[in-house]
Ligand binder design. Structure first.
Ligand SMILES: [Zn+2]
Length: 64
């Protein structure tokens, strides 16, 4: 996990692509509109799911 994170950091030319993919993943794994949200892309799994959590790191640098 740490290794891939640092790899992404160095690949600045691919950063836009990574963020585009992460944004798509986040859109597909959006929280349901409830007080206790579930993932709409994982058929009722608790949100944020693993995919949503991973995508957040690349979409928003503040998560790092
Ligand atoms: Zn999900």
């Amino acid at each position: 996990m740490r290794l891939s994170h640092e790899t992404y950091r160095r690949m600045t030319s691919d950063e836009r692509t990574v963020r585009a993919i992460a944004g798509k993943e986040l859109a597909e794994h959006a929280p349901s509109n409830r007080t206790d949200p579930t993932c709409t892309g994982c058929d009722g799994a608790p949100w944020p799911c693993a995919i949503a959590k991973g995508a957040m790191k690349y979409v928003d640098p503040r998560y790092n």
